[in-house]
Design a binder for this molecule. Structure first.
Ligand code: AHM
Ligand code: MG
Length: 336
């Protein structure tokens, strides 16, 4: 029983993924091993993020420690944590991180069949005021293990075999999809385990919230402007939507997934491709939203159909509840 405070039979994330994988006859446990390394990275970063405020108060940040080394910035530290976790898993061959200009091709001795694209600490400008931040990741399977090229990651998002994020907020929540629905796991700090707390997440078909940086409205294109106007002044007799914008993608998408509505980072006159990165921001989040029954749109096409040309490409994105994204699609189509 969910209400039983003394539950002793816990569905940990490892147990869950092992169950899932055992349904696939071709599975050899590699994904489970990769995932356990992702989980380790998330726990490490979670603990570092939780200590960040304290470190500042007692005067550690920016100062040199006893060895004369400068304290690492959290985003740099998080990147190292995940790179090391992926390399030591022995299950990866290409790593693309927001923090590194070039992709990392894994040494043959440590190589496996998965390619991982990730943003180790998204929203890091929010760290100093204690707002939720997160790690975002997407996973592809290499096409030909004997001929690993950058094209293995320059694939449309619909080819991902898994995607997820970990949110470092009032609690630490890991949301994961391996292509058959979306599940949420919450870190139990006393056990050090992620426990299934949000099984089979479905996004509401329609929501009451829109989420966008309205400070950019001056430069928006007319479909975006029209849509946001409709959120505020609906003409069909419905109530206006509420505005919620944290400015931290993981937190904004997490709320959208649970409460419904639409999250958008449109292109504008100054940045026609918007701000968010295709491979490790737009794709994983679009994958999760679709797996939960919602939609993700670029203003032109289904977001997961995009084919990135470069690893750090950007794209506008509108994602969320099925009906809400349907509305913005209609406005863009009418505008063509
Ligand atoms: P970052 O990767 O430099 O942290 O930037 C990405 C973040 C997202 O988390 C968030 O959705 C967006 O930037 C907010 O941008 P803005 O401040 O322009 O609204
Ligand atoms: Mg980012």
């Amino acid at each position: 029983h969910a209400a039983d405070a003394n539950r002793t039979d816990l569905m940990t994330i490892t147990r869950y993924v092992l169950n899932e994988q055992s349904k696939r006859p071709e599975s050899r446990g590699d994904f489970t091993i990769l995932l356990s390394h992702i989980v380790l990275g998330c726990k490490f970063v979670c603990s570092a993020v939780n200590k960040a405020g304290l470190a500042k108060l007692i005067g550690l940040a920016g100062e040199t420690n006893v060895q004369g080394e400068e304290q690492k910035k959290l985003d740099v530290l998080s990147n190292e944590v995940f790179i090391n976790a992926f390399l030591s898993s022995g299950r990866t061959c290409i790593l693309v991180s927001e923090e590194d200009e070039e992709a990392t091709f894994v040494d043959p001795a440590l190589r496996g069949k998965y390619c991982v694209v990730f943003d180790p600490l998204d929203g890091s400008s929010n760290i100093d005021c204690g707002v939720s931040i997160g790690t975002i990741f997407g996973i592809y399977m290499v096409k030909d293990f004997n001929n690993i090229t950058l094209n293995d990651v320059l694939q449309p998002g619909k080819n991902m075999v898994a995607a997820g994020y970990c949110m470092y907020g009032s609690s630490c929540t890991l949301v994961l999809s391996t292509g058959s629905g979306v599940n949420g796991f919450t870190l139990d700090p006393s056990l050090g385990e992620f426990i299934l707390t949000h099984p089979d997440i479905k996004i509401p078909k329609k929501g009451k919230i829109y989420s966008v940086n309205e400070g950019n409205a001056k430069n928006w294109d007319s479909p975006t402007a029209k849509y946001v106007d409709k959120c505020k002044f609906p003409t069909d007799g419905s109530s206006p939507k509420s505005l919620r914008y944290i400015g931290s993608m993981v937190a904004d998408v997490h709320r959208t997934l649970l409460y419904g509505g639409i999250f958008m980072y449109p292109g504008d006159k100054k940045s026609p491709d918007g701000k968010l990165r295709v491979l490790y921001e737009v794709f994983p989040m679009s994958y999760l939203i679709e797996q939960a029954g919602g939609q993700a749109f670029t203003g032109k096409i289904r977001a997961l159909d995009l084919i990135p040309q470069k690893i750090h490409d950007r794209s506008p994105v509108f994602l969320g509840s099925y009906d809400d994204v349907e509305d913005i699609k209609a406005i863009y189509t009418a505008h063509e």
